[in-house]
Design a binder for this molecule. Structure first.
Ligand code: ZN
Length: 392
């Protein structure tokens, strides 16, 4: 009987069990180097292997000061996976760019090239459109598409240029039978937490998300009837819109953690503001919510950022280094032993061990009398305490 069940399960998996893709962000920081890599894990072996191979080749360069890999990920007609990986490298104050695209047919389990997407005749038309917009002699190796356009990517040396060509202007070869799931926007739900200013408060904050662990973390917070603040990375907001909407609906606060986690202090003012504003815009368009706090990636700030940011900068004062310590008990102990009244704790909702550590941290801090607050609530309490002469 067991064997039969296993066989049925196996057959079901062969036909319909598809693991859902997710977006992974890995952040590394030391004295010499800043690395942030955001990329999709698709559970399509051939595709993941190619993505990893490309990322490894970028990481191989040991001489860079900052490496940033950003992604876009789009599945058309539930069948064609379109991925771009956009690379920025900084070396001795010079910036270098690279772009790599992957178009993968889930059904055929193989990559598609421009020749699979359009007829040979169309290449001439594409040539005309592209040359009008950008004067670079180039190949069309780096291509993606969606329901309406083909997108071609070129490295101009100063950055990546993207040119769109309407599919309607070409002899497009794929048959796109469209299905799309609408995203539900949740209503903001202010939970009335009664906070006693005479008792200690603590703010849990989560950076670098959302990720596949964020939903679990939201559930843990909800079960404990507490809220936290999530500083999200803009380039993942669209993919995890459902999660962020759930987070808001549960009463959590959302903050801005830049668009693709570049070190803001290394950017010119317009790029700096773009990192902040693009994130504000995408959060608003996916949720109707407008963050008021910024946590700069790597915690890096400078006078230009402090002067020009439209958002209030929030750093932290307790860092258990959950990206470094691999054990959830160690992380939990580091948080519990360092937390004081008004602590802002830096965690990452991209780690399973952090999710597990929360199950220890929350009850222990509650036991010690701490009240959990969002950053906005922390600010309110601090103001109230100042008025009441309660501040230390
Ligand atoms: Zn970060």
């Amino acid at each position: 009987m067991k064997k039969v069940l296993c066989l049925i399960f196996f057959l079901l998996c062969m036909t319909g069990c598809e693991k859902e893709a997710f977006i992974e962000t890995s952040v590394y920081k030391d004295e010499q180097k800043l690395i942030t890599i955001t990329y999709p894990i698709t559970y399509m072996k051939k595709l993941d292997k190619a993505i990893n191979k490309y990322i490894d080749s970028q990481k191989d360069d040991d001489t860079v000061d900052e490496l940033n890999v950003d992604y876009s990920f789009n599945i058309v007609s539930n069948r064609y996976v379109n991925i771009t990986l956009e690379v920025m490298k900084r070396k001795d104050n010079e910036t270098f760019y690279d772009i790599k695209t992957f178009v993968f047919d889930k059904q055929k389990k193989d990559f598609l090239t421009i020749n699979n997407l359009v007829s040979e005749n169309s290449i001439k038309t594409i040539d005309q459109i592209v040359q009008k917009k950008i004067n670079i002699n180039t190949s069309y190796d780096e291509v993606t598409f969606d329901e309406n356009n083909l997108y071609f990517y070129f490295n101009s040396g100063h950055g990546i240029e993207k040119v769109s060509v309407p599919t309607i202007d070409t002899e497009f070869l794929l048959d796109l039978n469209l299905e799309k799931e609408p995203i539900v926007q949740y209503q903001e739900n202010y939970k009335e937490h009664i906070i006693d200013p005479a008792k200690p408060v603590v703010a849990l904050t989560f950076d670098d998300g959302p990720s596949k662990y964020t939903d679990d973390i939201l559930d843990i917070l909800d079960e404990n009837d507490i809220n936290a603040t999530f500083f999200v990375i803009g380039n993942k907001v669209k993919y995890y819109a459902k999660t962020i909407n759930k987070s808001i609906a549960n009463g959590n606060e959302i903050g801005n953690h830049t668009y693709n986690h570049k070190s803001l202090s290394n950017l010119k003012l317009d790029e700096m503001l773009m990192q902040i504003n693009m994130t504000q815009d995408i959060i608003f368009s996916e949720t109707g919510y407008t963050p008021i706090y910024l946590r700069p990636s790597y915690g890096n700030t400078n006078s230009l950022l402090k002067e020009k940011t439209p958002l209030e900068i929030i750093l932290w004062n307790v860092d258990p280094e959950d990206w470094k310590y691999k054990n959830s008990k160690v992380i939990a102990n580091r948080v519990i032993s360092k937390t004081k009244d008004e602590s802002i704790i830096l965690l990452h909702d991209t780690k399973k061990r952090t999710r597990d550590a929360l199950k220890i941290i929350i009850p222990k801090l509650k036991e010690k009398g701490f009240q959990f607050v969002t950053i906005s609530e922390l600010k309110e309490i601090q103001m109230l305490r100042a008025k009441m002469g309660l501040d230390s």
